[in-house]
Design a protein around this ligand. Structure first.
Ligand code: SF4
Ligand code: SF3
Length: 551
């Protein structure tokens, strides 16, 4: 069985994973994920056409988003669950098709067939049969048909949508959905499903995807702040507390909240890991006294950290890695995440996680009390905007850096640690996403009481960072590109792609991206991005700092 995947930064040799994924993805789940994308294209095309008749199928829209989220890097490695999701997709395609045909009949319009890259698939087909059929839509085959630039751009759009799907899913689990955003999402999916080859049109759609993702992040911001209040600057303990524990990783705040409710009074402490760290800043979550701290760092350190954590572990979203045998029985997945042989929590009933935590030894003693700060989202930063603006005007703050994004395991990622440390003392660093762990435990001090390192939140809080930038630009009466602000981003998976497209949609220029450029962005496409947005790959911290601060 063959595969081809180049959707993330760690793709083999910077070209594509062909035998198995560097992430641990095997050819069978890879093929099933390719088919999930075709199922999404089928569902979205019908949903898009139904929208043309004024018919909104909310249930299908939610399913489209969930299905695409399952194809994001380090989310779902389990062929059994992927097959289940695929079959559900086929069923929905049939349901939407009937609804569309009915709408056509009633309106006296001709029924038109949708584009389908793998026709004749059946819900009764085995995973292996399906995988064989999926070979025809493998990226390298498609590249052979229309060339690498077109496929690279088609994939760029789909990866941006994958990132947006993750954020839309988090928002919808908190009850926030927006039919207009689903409609725009389905329109873009339908566009790609028709195998477009026009490069300017594809580029425009990539920017439109950025617009949809910006809306997705805004919806999630609304969902999070409505459910849990606005983040407040909060010290977070980074050392253990004596007793039993559960470590929660990933991005899903609703999972964390339900777990906190279900563990109340059970003698189990809850710790955050990776992207869950900013949860400590939300009033609606920090009120739980047994949410005691953050343990460990970013996702790529999980094997060692989960191994050493003497309790249960819950992965609520990406990034899951192959669990070691030492903790396979005490790690659990929820939502769209899955790993073969790992217990999946259904309907947020975390009883098995709590049981595993109680059966594990827990921490035998308290660690020394050390803390780091989080919670500098838009509301917190804007409440001190006056002091920040005065400090800039008085020349006390020379420049702002946004250093953050998705982290990974490659050695080249030390660039971000070195850069943060080399930033001059009269500059402020905003950070977000799991890339922050490269430097968030280092002392940065403050400028007249304003901390030099401000943790804005999770990757989706890029929305909050954009709001901060817009507020600053208004205060100074200049455009965002004229602000003393530089963005130096790290990318790993498709949410970072979505965020980058959102920033480009907003017209933000001069972004530096690393540690390497995406394999799917071919030289001609890169040329367009450089010409229009002056995007640049990171070089060395010294060279980049010199270039940024030269004005
Ligand atoms: Fe390779 Fe990344 Fe795809 Fe995994 S997600 S198979 S590492 S390109
Ligand atoms: Fe990290 Fe996976 Fe992307 Fe939310 S946890 S940023 S890489």
């Amino acid at each position: 069985m063959t595969m081809f995947c180049y959707q993330c930064e760690q793709t083999a040799q910077g070209k594509g994973c062909t035998k198995s994924g560097v992430c641990g993805k095997e050819p069978l789940p890879a093929a099933l994920q390719d088919l999930l994308v075709t199922a999404v294209q089928g569902m979205a095309q019908y949903a898009h056409r139904l929208q043309g008749f004024g018919i909104v199928d909310r249930e299908a829209n939610v399913q489209i988003v969930e299905t695409l989220f399952a194809t994001v890097t380090n989310v779902n490695f389990d062929p059994t669950r992927l097959l289940m999701v695929f079959r559900a997709g086929l069923k929905t395609i049939e349901r939407l098709k009937a609804k569309y045909e009915d709408a056509c009949r009633k309106a006296g319009k001709t029924v038109e067939a949708i584009a389908c890259s793998v026709p004749g698939l059946n819900a009764t087909d085995s995973a292996e049969d399906l995988a064989k059929r999926a070979e025809g839509i493998q990226i390298d085959r498609r590249v052979g048909r229309v060339g690498p630039d077109v496929i690279g751009l088609q994939e760029l759009v789909m990866y941006g949508l994958k990132g947006a799907a993750a954020y839309l899913d988090h928002a919808q689990v908190l009850g926030v959905v927006d039919d207009a955003t689903f409609a725009a999402f389905n329109e873009i999916v339908s566009f790609v499903a028709n195998n477009p080859t026009n490069i300017p049109q594809l580029t425009a759609m990539a920017l439109k995807t950025g617009e949809v993702n910006l809306k997705a992040m805004e919806l999630l911001d609304t969902a999070n702040t409505t459910a849990y209040g606005h983040p407040e600057p909060t010290p977070v303990r980074i050392t253990p507390v004596k007793g039993k524990g559960i470590l929660v990783s990933g991005h899903d705040l609703k999972d964390l909240e339900d777990l906190l409710k279900q563990t109340e009074g059970k003698g189990v402490n809850v710790y955050t890991h990776g992207e869950m760290l900013p949860a400590h800043a939300y009033p609606g979550l920090k009120k739980y006294k047994h949410l005691v701290g953050n343990y460990g760092g970013a996702w790529q350190d999980q094997a060692k950290e989960f191994d050493e954590f003497p309790g249960a572990v819950l992965m609520t979203t990406n990034c899951i890695q192959k669990p070691r045998d030492s903790y396979k029985a005490r790690i659990f997945t929820s939502g769209v995440v899955a790993w073969p042989g790992v217990t999946h929590i259904a309907k947020r009933d975390f009883a098995p996680v709590i049981k595993a935590a109680l059966a594990a030894p827990g921490f035998s003693a308290d660690g020394e009390n050390k803390t780091i700060m989080t919670g500098f989202a838009r509301n917190a930063v804007m409440s001190v905007a006056g002091a920040v603006i005065d400090a800039v005007k008085a020349g006390k703050i020379r420049h702002f850096f946004l250093i953050g994004g998705c982290d990974g395991a490659k050695p080249g990622r030390n660039y971000y640690t070195d850069l943060a440390q080399a930033v001059p003392k009269d500059c402020v660093i905003l950070t977000l996403a799991c890339g922050k762990y490269r430097f968030n435990k280092l002392p940065f001090g403050d400028i007249g009481g304003i901390p030099r390192l401000l943790d804005v939140g999770q990757c989706n809080d890029a929305y909050s960072a954009v709001q901060i930038a817009v507020a600053l630009s208004k205060a100074f009466g200049v455009g965002v590109n004229e602000l003393p602000l530089s963005l130096v981003l790290s990318w790993y998976e498709q949410k970072a792609v979505a965020i980058l497209l959102s920033l480009l949609h907003l017209g933000i220029k001069n972004i530096r991206v690393g540690p390497s450029l995406p394999a799917f962005v071919t030289p001609p496409v890169l040329k367009v991005l450089v010409e229009n947005f002056n995007i640049a790959p990171v070089t060395t911290p010294q060279e980049d700092l010199k270039a940024i601060l030269k004005n």
